[in-house]
Design a protein around this ligand. Sequence first.
Ligand code: HEC
Ligand code: HEC
Length: 327
Amino acid sequence: MTCLHKKLTLMLCAALGSALAAASLPQTGPYPEANPPTPEKIALGRALFFDPLLSEDGKVACATCHRPDRAFTDGGAVSTGAFGRTGKRSAPSLINVAYRTRLFWHGGSPSLELQALGPLSDHNEHALQPEQIVEILRASRYAPEFKRIFGREPDLTALTQAIASFERTLVSYDSPFDRYQSGDAHALTASQVRGMDLFYDRAECFHCHNGNNFSDNLPHNNASELFNEDIGVAQLSGQDADVGKFITPTLRNIALTAPYMHAGQMKTLREVVQHYNGGGQANPNTDPLVRPLGLTDQEVTDLVAFLEALTDPTIATNKAFGPPEIP
Ligand code: HEC
Ligand code: HEC
């Protein structure tokens, strides 16, 4: 259809234009009213997420620690940022992060927009002052894009809005478990089905790892050993009762995100399940649901097999989750 100057045709063209825009908007999780996603904003956020431009040594991008082939974690027990400096915690997966209500292991950040400023200024991550970030962006090839999309020179608000919009597109609900749920009885092995029954019953996992993302988004002490002098939620609240509490992590794509827990202190899923089976390292704040479970070796194997079935095998090869193709 060509757009002529007649009024009616113009209206049709406008409708077609918005239909096309809507059609090319990727799938996205819930977003705040102040930051509605557009295809252009998402594309800009994606480019910035993969670009090491915004770091003190020019080598660290968000994607350095949140790698698509590892469901947006980095494979390290703790993360390594600018000039090889290491932090205290393990990088969490960003798949379905739009559905998390408290970000960071201690839950201290309420939105993806605010969260993004954390790594950018963290000495052990991107290590840039806010003024430096704005200066770099204004001199970069992204400046005209910011003007086009936000109607102004790059600033921190626009930067974090673009990155958050990209992060909200990292949505995946396609694992053997999901296929089984939607009626494909062959999607899970017999061992995985037995593991699922344990997960939702005798092993008590579902209380905290609940809902579609296997997280209640609440702080709990699961009796894992504290590492790197990290006291979890107590860091924010100052309360003894919060020592060793961390926000329940998602279990989606868990086969891709080893090592496990806030400091990567457990190397394998079997080690994690053995931890729960033994009741963990009991401490005054241990949640009563974490106690010796008495699972047999076969049951441990079944539970591990079920956890593996929560992984979407296409994440690593999903082009929309990877770096933009440079023409
Ligand atoms: C040097 C490694 C590193 C870099 C670079 C990095 N992150 Fe992270 N990211 C982490 C670690 C480690 C955590 C957990 C920190 C904590 O809980 O205190 C984290 C946490 C997060 C979370 C919270 C997820 C959740 O479920 O709680 C989001 C979102 C996130 N990062 C996005 C980003 C974005 C966007 C960038 C780029 C602007 C970025 N990260 C750069 C390592 C990194
Ligand atoms: C009382 C709440 C609670 C219960 C019950 C619970 N978990 Fe957890 N789970 C957590 C918390 C909190 C963490 C993070 C703790 C940390 O990092 O120190 C966690 C971490 C994990 C991790 C590591 C995730 C990652 O990204 O590193 C796995 C895997 C896991 N749990 C599986 C299970 C299984 C399987 C069960 C049942 C046997 C279970 N959980 C029972 C709260 C719970």
